[in-house]
Design a binder for this molecule. Sequence first.
Ligand code: SAH
Length: 328
Amino acid sequence: MYTKAEIISLLEDDKQNDELFSLADKIRKEYVGDEVHLRGLIEFSNICKNQCMYCGLQCTNKVVERYRIEPEQVIEIAKTASGMGYKTIVLQSGEDVYFTQDIMCHIIKEIKSLGVALTLSIGERSFEDYKAFKDAGADRYLIRIETTDKNLYKKLHPHMDFENRLRCLKDLKGLGYEVGTGCLVGLPGQSISSLADDILFFKEIDADMIGIGPFIPHPQTPLKNSAASDFTLALKVMALVRIMLKNINIPATTAMETLNSNGRIIALQSGANVVMPNVTSTQYRDKYEIYPGKICLNDAPEKCRICIENKIKSIGRTISTDFGFRKK
Ligand code: SAH
């Protein structure tokens, strides 16, 4: 187990990168094996009431064309994904108030009747909502803390509250969800020391899943002129998370592939064991633009599945056929 000082020195020094990545790969193999879990991602609404400074879906962006996939169609897309072999469906959206507790519970119950695991990633909600979603059958919830540097959090999230984000994570854990969180890497003003704090925070709350996303500037946001994250730095944070948390699920995030054309495979060989192919209908994909340069924008869900399966098999890994809960 690394101390904060050791994490900082590993993040600052690039001489030990190869050892770091192979250690993370070894721990991945030992604790979660060679199976890769595929989660079918449905981006069902890009309407958002928040103003996260880095995100292309923030409410002040008047250029992006907004869409909302109606509940019955979300259920249809989930059915198709389940038919393609996905054992987990992930529902992600901006914070769209149209999706009330009742509407979400209806969608959750219908999707759960397909016999899949269900993950929600729809932002900050009340304890009562989280409880109702859990009672309706939701298994997991993803909500990244984004950064544990409170001052930076405040600057990047006008009208939002770090303490409420923490409250969400606590409520979700208490309700028995498998909880996924994570951070952005390479945000303007983010220090190496705060990235070390992020990793220690994930350990402290015993997160079940950690998604590490390299920051990519979006032209319709206040951070448009900032530099994109360094790919290697994001990969190192991810590898350290594997080494520190051992048996959790770690996705090879899509943003990694935007920065490096082989990014997801490199991530799978440096600690990751999950991939989240997009199963959203092609007509909506380019509109869910949290960052520019998203991959596979024009690919049909079937094509994405075959493409990633082939890549995974080419590095000697297999596609899991189970639900992919955290291995305890
Ligand atoms: N509304 C949900 C889902 C947010 S989108 C929620 O609040 O949890 C999923 C993730 O995309 C965010 O958590 C954020 O980490 C990431 N993201 C947003 N803008 C990004 C950018 N410009 N570059 C890289 N990742 C970004």
